[in-house]
Design a protein around this ligand. Structure first.
Ligand code: M6R
Length: 365
């Protein structure tokens, strides 16, 4: 049931404040300022030397974001790969280490094959899934449900942000268990995560402004998304969403890679969508933006007030988000990117909930 929405995707985008609230309530003890795993799924991250993550598509981008978190907050090395590569790579794995598989459906063939490979190697298997009765969940030792509720739109939206919410909680837990986060730091991060629903609500208010970008976006044949740090996986996700829904060719790049190749594409016909909250790497991204501007590229900048002030170059378009704690920024910046691809697709008249050639769950290789 789409309720009052035109598409499932719109409904699922708008459900995010609610489902994020539900998801974090299952992992965070707000009053105590602590992370606590759902019953029966306790895990001690201080016992492992390495975390291995494998997933496909949007779920892979959630894992890529989590790598930054686990490494920063828990000093836990993370190896991550797309499942279709991982399963054939014959990677040496540490017995007893944890392997995490992220999958909305819990049925993705390559992710499942990767899981089985890790199991054979004697690893502990954890599943970050939306469907708790799925094959991936059933074959796992630990289940970390994302509580997003059914996701019908083929393009993943609320599952992505709920995956991130769960992974952020796990990273904070790992940080405390491994002695890299004090109780006070854990409390601060839990406090930041507890504000997710409110921030998501704020981000949804940008919709009318983002809808206005759709006619502009729809005239383009290509688009480049740039981001640094945790905004890099978001750039990849923004590009995937746009190409899935509107069939506009889009690529996501780490902003620092610009001069290693993609800058050759920049001219007045190339829109560049920059995801850059005012964080520790913001200045670096600005210098990449200047390189784009100098070559006539059209920039749409997703940032906050401080970022807008410090931008230094005239971005053609600016979408201003609230100022956010570092750990919640990737989740909230996902929303305007989802809305951009949604409205571009609606404007172009493509099939939003069932884009051509795609299936919701990819159960064959
Ligand atoms: O069900 P899964 O999370 O395992 O699916 C993984 C990908 O197939 C999925 O995220 C796909 O990339 C979506 N269409 C993205 O919007």
């Amino acid at each position: 049931d789409k309720g009052n929405y035109r598409h499932f995707m719109a409904k699922e985008i708008h459900e995010q404040p609610e489902v994020l609230g539900h998801a974090i309530s299952q992992y965070l003890k707000f009053n105590e300022g602590k992370v606590a795993l759902p019953e029966g799924n306790d895990f001690d991250f201080s016992k492992i030397n390495r975390l291995v993550i494998s997933a496909c598509g949007t779920a892979y981008y959630a894992g890529l974001t989590a790598k930054y978190w686990f490494e920063k907050y828990a000093r836990l090395p993370v190896d991550i790969d797309i499942a279709s590569e991982f399963r054939y790579r014959e990677m040496p794995l540490g017995e007893g280490d944890l392997a995490l598989f992220i999958s909305q459906s819990g049925e993705t063939a390559d992710t499942l094959a990767s899981l089985r490979y890790c199991k054979e190697q004697g690893m502990t298997i954890g599943a970050v899934v939306n469907v708790s009765e799925s094959t991936i969940a059933r074959e796992s030792d630990l289940i970390f449900p994302i509580f997003a509720g059914p996701e019908i739109g083929v393009a993943s939206t609320k599952a992505f942000t709920c995956q991130l919410a769960v992974l952020a909680s796990l990273a904070v837990l790992a940080g405390r268990q491994r002695g890299h986060l004090s109780d006070a730091q854990e409390k601060e991060l839990v406090g930041a995560l507890s504000e997710l629903p409110a921030h998501a609500m704020q981000a949804l208010k940008l919709e009318p402004q983002i809808e206005k970008l759709a006619p502009w976006m729809s005239k383009k044949h290509h688009a480049l998304f740039l981001g640094r740090g945790t905004s890099f996986p978001l750039a990849l996700e923004g590009a995937l969403k746009l190409k899935e829904l509107s069939y506009i060719h889009a690529e996501g790049y780490a902003a620092g890679e610009l001069k290693h190749g993609p800058i050759a594409l920049i001219d007045e016909n190339m829109p560049v969508l920059v995801v850059a909250p005012f964080d520790g790497v913001y200045e670096k991204t600005v210098s990449n933006m200047q390189e784009v501007a100098a070559r006539g590229g059209e920039i749409a900048l997703f940032t906050d007030e401080k970022g807008a002030e410090a931008a230094g170059v005239a971005a053609n378009q600016m979408i201003i988000l609230p100022e956010l704690p570092e750990i919640v920024a990737p989740l909230i910046y996902a929303l305007p990117l989802q809305m951009l691809s949604y409205h571009t697709a609606v404007f172009m008249g493509t099939d939003v909930d069932q884009p051509r050639n795609l299936a919701k769950s990819v159960t064959v290789e």
